[in-house]
Design a protein around this ligand. Structure first.
Ligand code: PEP
Ligand code: MG
Length: 809
């Protein structure tokens, strides 16, 4: 057991904890310690250490010393309610401090008037800590107060090491919302370090989902990740790996589809794709009534803990569902245990609130923080907090959640919907959702998409005009709902629904256009789970295995054996379906810590893709070796010249592979323009329209400021695709598309008309795209595609493509 001398953080009168008018402190529930009735206006560090937490209301600060002592200083009682007013923080989480460093400055008069008490508990929070008093009566700040005996184990073990930081540009397509926040919390928990994210003047502990959401970080934001502790560097790498993951998220509709199209009916914003016909059912949420005052602190604390245990167990069960639904539920689980959410709830209970009322108030406080973030996507996470509130209050009050009673096949019209309500309603068989509020990136939208139910959001007051029981055509691809449609409109919509259903049903026959032209329909994969999903929806193979999933968030690259095992596992799930493995596409803004790449001013134009592999022969050989052993095709990313392809082919052949299995990913304008040269050596070309669009239009795909302009149907991109197909055709080399355009129903006839014969997309889009392909007549598609190349803008192409689809009138 080691001992640490704790000096007085305040000048004032020492009092026993039992004098503190708060049962939690007085009863020793937080740990042993003393209290000080302060004079003066400054709270100082009581030992040399690190600030490990600083409450948003600045009334509570925790510190840890290098030898493992952990201390909480709680300035006054009920001061949380002041929301920081009258208290200034002079330090931040992660700061190293020495005994006597000023931590907080406060307005003593204001606290005396506004708080229940100003007496300040100084609490040892180490497990099994003991204190030996060294002073009584009046003490001066900095004088020894007590000796803290503890066993020096974590959490204090994190306090060693230097503070270090890194600036990161956030590539997450939707910024830090709940799922990435939960991933950051998980990454942070696994490390011996105290990690803080800084965005402008806002700071968040990496251990708190709600603090992370409160940062209001959107895609493209530049933030600083700070860490202190033995694992600081690894911790920063792990958190940065989450932040720079630009992988598009399944379920969130592409930005270029997320605007309402023209047509009859009411306009909203597309949130989950699809078309449905059904009768309107109006949906209202019932409020759970709760008592304001509790029945004693201990009873209410127990009630809260039991409810949290129950909800935690339910969420863990539901997270087993996997996929987007599992990820969202897991994020709710991380929010449930968020210390920043729970601290004020505990504080409220100690002042007499019932557990239910305290929980509701705590959620309201966190929701206000998110709503104030100034970012619509972060504000959309308020729904997740309200969902937690419903779960926890249901558990506390013992009310049984009734299954929603809605006739199957109806369309739910509501002000908004919580994620769990969407799941329950989808399970009850509703055909779609129309919301007055909501947002296209909300979890409700992602869950609707995952359940295959169309949803449009943000109708505003127009939603009130939809009469209960009226017949609706809900066209979520175009963001429109049409009440009481004519028989002719109904017939057109029904025909579209039938065609989509026919496409979704896969009887094992290979996809072809209406005139019998064979088109391969492949899936983009990034994990074994993706492979299972792809097989379930009838994918004919994998057109893009994003191997980065194996390389990010770790201290050393996977060796050949590990890669071989993982690729083999995915190939086994695919059975005899072909698999195209993309060589590593890291570098630039997707850092892998073990690659000693220098920071770059323009990461998208720097060392990424094949440039990384060619710069690190051992890395390339290990991946090629594993891919060759798996017997799959190999695709080279970010190629800009034939020499790069040839260098990879030479290495592969030296390792026992064959040139005939190696193809090129066409993502740079250079590759598109020289497709005829590449096709002399490439076994296939596959167009990555996500990157090709950003490089052709000189618009960063992760920058929200230019997001509205990034549309792969821009004539410039279409001309590059046409050039690629023409160049490849000269050598009989097949061309596929594995970027986002392959999943865009309006783009598919154009791509096929230009000569593309393979489409690879997220598994969830396969059914819809299969239906589109079956409808295409190749002669008409060729004429259509040629005409699109001459249009002046992406908008003009979309309008013409909608007319070509024949169902937009
Ligand atoms: C692309 O660029 O279109 C592509 C599929 O690759 P990624 O999105 O992984 O960069
Ligand atoms: Mg790419």
């Amino acid at each position: 057991m080691s001992g640490t001398i704790i000096c007085a953080p305040l000048t004032g009168l020492i009092r026993p904890l039992t004098d503190v008018p708060d049962a939690v402190f007085a009863g020793g529930m937080m740990g042993p310690g003393v209290a000080i009735d302060p004079v003066g206006d400054t709270l100082y560090a009581p030992f040399d250490g690190v600030v490990t937490a600083l409450h948003a209301a600045r009334h509570a600060v925790t510190l840890e010393s290098a030898d493992g002592a952990a201390l909480l200083i709680h300035l006054g009682i009920d001061t949380v309610a002041l929301g920081g007013s009258g208290i200034d923080a002079l330090v931040a989480i992660g700061d190293r401090v020495s005994v006597g460093t000023p931590l907080l400055r406060f307005d003593l008069d204001r606290l005396v008037c506004a708080a229940t008490a100003i007496v300040t508990p100084v609490i040892a929070t180490n497990e099994g800590a003991r204190i030996v008093s060294l002073a009584t009566g009046f003490v001066t700040a900095g004088a020894p107060l007590f000796r803290l005996e503890h066993d020096g184990v974590a959490p204090a073990a994190v306090a060693g090491g230097e503070k270090t930081f890194r600036t990161v540009t956030v590539a997450l397509p939707h910024g830090i919302h709940a799922r990435p926040a939960a991933a950051i919390v998980a990454a942070a928990r696994a490390r011996q370090a105290i990690i803080t994210l800084v965005h402008g003047d806002r700071r968040a502990a990496a251990s708190s989902v709600t603090e992370l959401l409160g940062l209001g970080v959107g895609t493209g934001a530049v933030i600083v990740v700070e860490a202190v502790g033995h694992d600081a560097l690894a911790a920063i790498d792990a958190v940065a790996a989450v932040l720079v993951d630009a992988t598009p998220e399944t379920g969130i509709m592409a930005a270029n589809l997320a605007t309402a199209g023209d047509g009859p009916g009411l306009a909203g914003v597309p949130a989950a794709p699809g078309l449905a016909i059904g009768r309107a059912v109006r949906w209202h949420r019932t409020t759970i009534e709760v008592a304001a005052r509790g029945e004693g602190v201990a009873a209410e604390m127990r009630r809260l803990d039991e409810a949290l245990d129950q909800v935690r167990a339910n969420l863990a069960d539901e997270a087993d569902a996997g996929g987007a639904r599992g990820a969202i539920v897991a994020a709710h689980g991380a929010m449930l245990d968020d210390p920043a959410l729970l601290a004020p709830i505990h504080a409220d209970i100690t002042t007499g609130a019932s557990a239910a009322a305290a929980y509701r108030a705590g959620i309201a406080m966190q929701s206000a923080l998110l709503a104030d973030s100034g970012d619509a996507r972060i504000a959309a996470r308020v729904d997740d907090l309200r969902d937690l509130e419903t779960r926890v209050l249901t558990a506390i009050t013992g009310q049984v959640r009734a299954r929603p009673v809605v006739p199957p096949g109806s369309i739910v019209v509501a002000a908004d919907l919580l994620p769990s309500e969407v799941v329950a309603l989808a399970d009850a068989g509703v055909a779609g959702f129309v919301l007055a509020g909501g947002g296209p990136t909300s979890h409700a939208a992602i869950l609707a998409a995952g359940a295959g139910r169309p949803m449009i959001v943000a109708l505003g007051d127009a939603a009130n005009g939809i009469a209960a029981d009226s017949l609706l055509i809900l066209d979520a691809d175009r963001g429109r709902v049409e009440p009481s449609p004519s028989a002719a409109r109904l017939a057109v919509a029904q025909a579209r629904i039938d065609r989509a259903a026919a496409g979704a049903s896969h009887d094992g026959t290979l996809a072809a256009t209406s005139d019998g032209t064979r088109i391969e329909l492949f899936a983009n994969l990034g994990s074994r789970d993706d492979a299972l999903a792809a097989v379930a929806v009838g994918a004919e193979g994998c057109g893009l295995l994003r191997t980065e999933f194996l390389f990010l968030d770790r201290a050393a690259p996977p060796d050949e054996a590990e890669q071989r095992a993982e690729y083999r596992a995915i190939a086994d799930i695919l059975g005899d379906r072909p698999m195209i493995l993309r060589l590593l596409d890291v570098g630039g803004d997707k850092p892998a810590p073990y690659l000693s790449l220098p920071p770059e001013e323009n990461p998208a134009l720097g060392v990424r893709g094949v440039r990384v592999s060619l710069a690190d022969p051992a890395l390339l050989d290990a991946q090629l070796g594993a891919a060759i052993a798996t017997g799959c095709r190999i695709m080279v990313p970010m190629v800009a010249s034939l020499a790069e392809l040839e260098a990879v082919i030479d290495r592969a052949v030296a390792l026992g592979g064959t040139a005939g299995s190696i193809g090129v990913m066409v993502e740079t304008p250079a590759a598109a323009m020289t497709a005829d040269l590449l096709a002399t050596r490439a076994a296939f070309l596959s167009i990555g329209t996500n990157d090709l669009t950003q490089y052709a239009l000189a618009m960063d795909r992760g920058n929200p400021a230019v997001a509205a302009g990034i549309d792969g149907l821009h004539p410039a991109v279409l001309r590059l695709i046409a050039q690629t197909c023409a160049g490849a055709a000269r050598h009989g080399t097949p061309v596929g598309v594995c970027g986002g355009l392959a999943a865009d129903a309006l783009a598919v006839p154009i791509l096929l008309g230009l000569g593309v014969t393979e489409l690879s997309m997220p598994p969830a889009r396969l059914g819809a795209i299969r239906a589109v392909v079956r409808d295409v007549d190749m002669a008409a598609a060729r004429n259509h595609a040629r005409a699109m190349l001459d249009l002046p803008s992406a908008a003009a192409v979309r309008a013409a493509a909608t007319r070509f689809a024949g169902d937009g009138e």
